[in-house]
Design a protein around this ligand. Sequence first.
Ligand code: MTE
Ligand code: MO
Length: 216
Amino acid sequence: MSEAEKYQTGDAPGPLTHADEVIISSDTRRENRVPPGQTRTRKWPVLHYGRVPTIELDTWELTIDGLVDRPLTFSWSEFEELPRAQVFSDFHCVTTWSRLGNLWEGVAVRELMDRAGVQSAARFVVAHGYDDGWTTNMPLEDFLSPDAIFADRHDGQPLSADHGGPLRLVVPLLYAWKSAKWLKRIELVAEDRPGLWEQAGYHNHGDPWTEERFGG
Ligand SMILES: Nc1nc2c(c(=O)[nH]1)N[C@H]1C(S)=C(S)[C@@H](COP(=O)(O)O)O[C@H]1N2
Ligand SMILES: [Mo]
C-alpha cells in the first residue's frame, strides 16, 4: 500500500458507514474518539522495535497453546479456510498518534479461542511475534473482547509486511503496541508475563482512555 493510498482525506470514517455484519468497536461511537493526550493522524505510521521479519507463507504457522484444551496450529491455507470477520475500530499508539476508522478483516479472536477451549486457570495472554523474541502481554478478558481480531487485511487491502502482514493481532481497546504484528503464537498463561515494551517501562495494561502509558 502506498503512502497516498493510506492517507485519509476527509473526516474520520464513522461507525455508521458499515454493514450489519461488521463488528463495531464501541469506542468508535464516542462523541470524542480521540483519547486524552492523543492527536488524530490521517496517515498510518509504521512503528516497531526491530526489523520487519521475512515470512514465507509456505512455512508460516499460527499456534495457539498454553492453557487451552486443544492446542491449535494453522498453516496459511488452513487459516484462509476459517470463517471471516470484520472489525471497525480506532488505533491509538502510545507515542500519541491515533488512526481513526480502520476496517480490519480476518478471523475473530473468539472464534479461534472457542475452538481451542480456554481453560479456567488461564488469566493472561502472551502474544509472540515472528520478530525474534518480541512479545506483549494482556489480560485474557481484553484479548477475548468481541472486537479483537487476527487480521490479514486492512481497509480492503492485504496487510503489508510493514504493518504486520501476513497476520497481526488487533486489540482495539488497548494501546496499539498490544496489537502484535507478524503474529506467530498465542500462549495462554496463569501468571502475567510482561512483554518487551512492558519490561522496558511501558504500562503493563495500556488503556488509552485512562492514559496507562508507563508503569503499572
Ligand atoms: N511483533 C511486533 N508487533 C508490534 C510491534 C513490534 O515491535 N513487534 N510494535 C507495536 C507498536 S509500538 C505499535 S504502535 C504498533 C504499530 O502498528 P503499525 O506499524 O501497523 O502502525 O504495532 C505494535 N506491534
Ligand atoms: Mo506504539
